[in-house]
Design a binder for this molecule. Structure first.
Ligand SMILES: [Zn+2]
Length: 133
């Protein structure tokens, strides 16, 4: 037995022999008498199952070395006191966020340096502003 129909979007059976659209409760085509079968659905329109790849990536844990790399702007504490420490802490927090992101390694290193130098640059601006008063 061959499947002679396709289910249309509004639930009607289309005869594959004569293209006549039959009500879905019909077992045989009104026009040509060919047997209508719902089996055609499975071959003409396979169910699309969207398989989402579940990320099995482990959360990135920071090693002592990466803490050191993220925290290098803390050198500001030594020369910059409280303001330097605050900026160093901010840079450290940003660097940790960058480190834990999905960015490629070279970008992480580049941003890590930029964040650190921006913290140092900000500290210099503040230090100059304070000392010039
Ligand atoms: Zn027909």
């Amino acid at each position: 037995m061959t499947a002679n129909s396709n289910l249309t979007q509004d639930g009607k059976l289309t005869c594959t022999q004569c293209k006549h659209i039959n009500p879905s409760y019909h077992t045989h085509c009104e026009k040509c008498g060919a047997r209508l079968s719902l089996m055609a659905i499975s071959t003409s329109a396979p169910p699309k199952i969207a398989v989402r790849k579940v990320s099995d990536a482990k959360p990135i844990e920071l090693t002592p070395m990466s803490h050191l790399l993220c925290g290098w702007p803390f050198i500001l504490v030594i020369i910059g006191g409280a303001i330097g420490g605050a900026l160093g802490g901010l840079a450290y927090a940003i660097n940790v966020a960058i480190y834990k992101s999905d960015l490629p390694g070279f970008l992480k290193i580049g941003l890590n340096l930029i964040v650190g130098f921006m913290a140092i640059g900000t500290w210099i601006v503040i230090a100059v502003a304070i000392t010039q008063k």
